[in-house]
Each structure stands twice: as structure tokens, then as C-alpha cells.
Design a protein around this ligand. Structure first.
Ligand SMILES: Cc1ncc(COP(=O)(O)O)c(C=O)c1O
Length: 377
């Protein structure tokens, strides 16, 4: 239910444990770091960040971000290859505006991030799903799909995928890039969880592959700082940056989010982004172990691959309709996301997504216990 004066997007009733919720718990959002960074920016007595911004996005922010990314990507990231966005959702919307027309085809993973499907629907795109397994895309199905259609782009979440938690293997990444070059489609890699590996470091970001001119890597501060900042970046070939910079939206609005960019620039320069990511990895890694134990104890019939990073557990409970279970679970004060919502084929009905982002260890355990009671009742 929405409150007329509500601030946050979701409003979970007191006492309810919504293990389906994918947004971070308020306690995980670094209020103190942001206060310090904002103070530093305000105390500099320079009003430029209150002005319409340069179209590509605040240059000092892009330089700080490039310096942050370079050692982590193992290559020199240039601020010239970065374009500031208001997060991955709006970056996707912009890419659809720039590269597609109604009726065009885009490829997605099956399952995929269900809200990306909403954005593609807004642009009247035809979505073709490609099956995935533990190592990501099924390459045979992809090759088959490319024989039947000419997609404008393929949308993937290559590391710690939402909802499956799976990571695309290095071999399949290479094959995907080769296919993109051969068939002339863009790869749009949504890498929101790239820095959230707990027991595994994922393969290098698709940002290391931009030279081909066929790859757009999308990064966001939503999962590594705070979603309310509405800040992210596109890392891609100069020709794609130039196409984005020239769009009508930016001509009128100027670069995206200069105010927040300036504050986050200070936060990065102070070394606090790294600190925050280290804190998150430790806290979320712990929650992941707790959820894993709780599932093994209370839902031994669940089939799943324990995730190594990101936010999500993707469970299959054979014989269960997860949408019905979601309804019934309300009586038990617990929530989940049914798998069918992540399917563009209206399948995956016996799958569900559970998240570790919104609750601490005790609530995660209690939530899984409630789910067990609900299934057994
Ligand atoms: C795969 C994926 N992409 C995008 C988003 C939203 O990102 P942003 O807040 O940067 O728009 C999410 C958030 O859950 C996500 O899981």
C-alpha cells in the first residue's frame, strides 16, 4: 500500500519479512559518508555543480570514477569512455531510445531482471528470451535465435545475475562478443553486481571489451552506495558516447545529475567508495551464508546453486506454484518473488527469488522458517 506522503518506493508492513524485496536495507546506506562528502563539496564554495552540466557528465567525477575502476578492471579506464547516467534503468531506457524503433527485436536471458522487461515493453520491443544455465547463456539457443532474427542488442546481467545469481563464464563471454561482431548487434551488459562478489571474484567487466564498439557496460551506484542517488555510468566506445551526448534530452537538460555526481566524486576521492564496498561484501557475504544454511535446514527440497555474490537466491521447488505460494505466504507474514515474473515466456512457475539485501541475519532465518511453515501447512 502507498502512503500519500511516502518517500521510499516500497513500504513493507511492520512485522512482515519480505524476502522478495531487492532493495537494500536502510541500515546499509552510508549516510555518514555521504554527509562528509557533501560537506566537502559545499565547503569548496564553488557553485558550478548547481549549474546545467556538461552533456557527458561532470568531468571531475568521471576522472575520479575512471581512477577507481582502472585497478579493478586491470586496465586504464579513460574518463572519455565514461558517460554519466541516472542509474542502469534510465541508461537502458536511453539505449532503447537511441538504438531501437518499435517492433525491433532484443535478446534477453531467461530468466532476466523483470523490470528491464517493462522498459522494453514501453519501447514496444519484441523480446526473445535465451535459456541460461549455471554458466550463463545457452550458446546453442543463442546461435539458433540469431538465425531467426536480427536483434538490435542483447541485454545481459553477466555477474551474479538477477534473479539467478549465475555468472556468465569467460568462454561464453568470448563467444558472445564474437557473435555480436559477426551479426552486428550490441551487447548491453548490466553490471550492477560486478563489485559484490563474496566468495568469488567474477570475470572482468564487459568494460574491458569496449574497443570492439559493440559493447556497453552499465555500472550503477544503487547497489554499492545508495539507490536514491540515481547515479550510474555507461562505459563504452567513444562513438557510442558521442551518440548519447548528442541526444535531444541532454541538449535541453544538460548532463545528468551534476549535483549528485559532485558529491559522489568527493566520496570516491576520500576513499570511501572502496570502504563501503568492503563493508557491504562483509555484511552481505555473511547474510548469504546465513540464508544458505537456513534453506538447507528448512527447505531441503529446494534445488539451487548457492550464489557467490550479488543479492539473490534462485530456488526451484518442484511441484510448487510460486505465485500461489506468494499469496498464501502473506498469512505467514513472509514474502517472495515468483519465478514467472522473471520469465518472458511465462514459465519458471516452480521457481522463486529470495533476497539477502533487505534483512539482517536474524530476519533472514526467521523468514525462511516462515516459508517452511507455509509450505508445510
Ligand atoms: C539487474 C539490475 N539492473 C538494474 C537495476 C536497477 O538499477 P538502477 O537503480 O541503477 O536503475 C537492478 C536493481 O535491482 C538490477 O537488479
Amino acid at each position: 500500500m502507498t502512503h500519500p506522503l511516502q518517500v521510499a518506493q516500497t513500504n513493507i508492513p511492520h512485522g512482515f519479512i519480505d524476502l522478495g524485496a531487492g532493495e537494500p536495507q536502510l541500515d546499509l546506506l552510508p549516510l555518514d559518508m555521504l554527509r562528509e562528502a557533501a560537506l566537502q563539496r559545499f565547503n569548496a564554495n564553488d557553485r558550478e555543480f548547481l549549474q546545467y552540466g556538461v552533456e557527458q557528465g561532470d568531468g571531475y567525477f568521471r576522472a575520479a570514477l575512471a581512477e577507481f575502476l582502472s585497478p579493478r578492471y586491470g586496465l586504464k579506464v579513460s574518463h572519455e569512455d565514461l558517460f554519466v547516467t541516472t542509474g542502469n534503468s534510465s541508461a537502458l531506457d536511453l539505449i532503447c531510445t537511441l538504438y531501437t524503433r518499435p517492433g525491433d527485436t532484443v535478446l534477453v536471458e531467461e530468466p532476466t531482471y523483470f523490470l528491464a522487461l517493462r522498459i522494453f515493453a514501453d519501447h514496444d520491443l519484441r523480446v526473445v528470451p535465451i535459456r541460461t544455465d549455471e554458466a550463463g547463456l545457452d550458446m546453442d539457443e543463442l546461435v539458433h535465435a540469431l538465425g531467426e532474427s536480427s536483434p538490435k542488442f542483447m541485454y545481459i546481467i553477466p555477474s551474479f545475475q538477477n534473479p539467478s545469481g549465475h555468472t556468465l563464464s569467460p568462454e561464453r563471454r568470448r563467444q558472445l562478443i564474437a557473435l555480436a561482431q559477426q551479426h552486428g548487434f550490441l551487447i548491453v551488459a548490466d553490471e550492477v553486481y560486478q563489485f559484490l562478489g563474496y566468495t568469488e571474484t567474477p570475470p572482468p567487466s564487459f568494460g574491458t571489451q569496449i574497443e570492439s564498439g559493440q559493447v556497453i557496460s552499465l555500472g550503477s551506484f544503487s547497489k554499492i552506495l545508495a539507490p536514491g542517488l540515481r547515479l550510474g555510468w555507461m562505459h563504452t566506445h567513444a562513438s557510442i558516447v558521442q551518440k548519447a551526448v548528442a541526444c535531444g534530452l541532454l541538449d535541453s537538460a544538460g548532463g545528468l545529475n551534476p549535483f549528485t555526481s559532485a558529491i559522489v566524486r568527493s566520496l570516491i576521492e576520500r576513499g570511501d567508495l572502496e570502504k563501503n564496498i568492503v563493508n557491504l561484501r562483509s555484511e552481505l557475504g555473511n547474510r548469504m551464508r546465513v540464508m544458505d544454511e537456513a534453506i538447507k535446514t528448512h527447505l531441503p527440497q529446494a534445488r539451487y546453486v548457492p550464489p557467490r555474490g550479488g543479492y539473490f537466491f534462485w530456488l526451484q521447488i518442484p511441484g510448487i506454484d510460486a505465485q500461489e505460494l506468494q499469496q498464501k505466504a502473506k498469512e505467514f507474514q513472509v514474502g517472495l518473488r515468483p519465478g514467472v515474473r522473471f520469465s518472458s515466456r511465462n514459465e519458471l512457475k516452480d521457481f522463486m527469488r529470495l533476497s539477502i539485501s533487505h534483512y539482517g541475519a536474524a530476519d533472514i532465518e526467521e523468514g525462511v522458517r516462515r516459508l517452511r511453515r507455509c509450505i508445510e501447512s
